[in-house]
Unconditional design. Sequence first.
Length: 198
Amino acid sequence: MEQNKDEDILVSRCHDSDSALTLRRQVNAWLKYILPNAEADTRNIDKASLVQLFFRNDGISEWRRPANIGYGLTYVFPIIIAGLLAKEGQILVIDSPEAHLHPLGQSRIGEFLSKMANSGVKVIIETHSDHILNGVRLSVNNRVISSDKVGIHFFEKNNSDNKTRIVSPQIDCHGNLSEWPDGFFDQSDKDLGKLIGW
């Protein structure tokens, strides 16, 4: 971040909460959105070609080194940097962007990645999070990205012949999916049904 901190980001990738286009400001705008009140800062180390990275998660406390802050913040930081700096047409592959994030952060990283995809980055996500999926669905519903730019693929193992089948539900302009295969982000609904006696 330090090296590119004053580099302007494409307007189409900027968070609405900050009109500044610089990488530093947009990283912090997205961090605060995904993990409320979180911020990052970098500092050059004198007489060395090294940079220190610091975080805080309430906007007012002292800055902390990555080892002394929650994993969610340190895990989502490089995803935001990679998304904001990716060139149009580049591929960004992310395995489990939900790792170490609460459900709100998971949904919002789904929104962030949708915005990056809509700006020309080819985003591929491998996830086990219904919150990530719902963040993408919300982005479609809120016109952040059109449904024709979103592909969803569910890999389903057939126990009888041990083969994998790929199910690709379509998503409409409201974020609704054409089908929900058994085992496709439905465990919360199943558990809730048991809790309320369905």
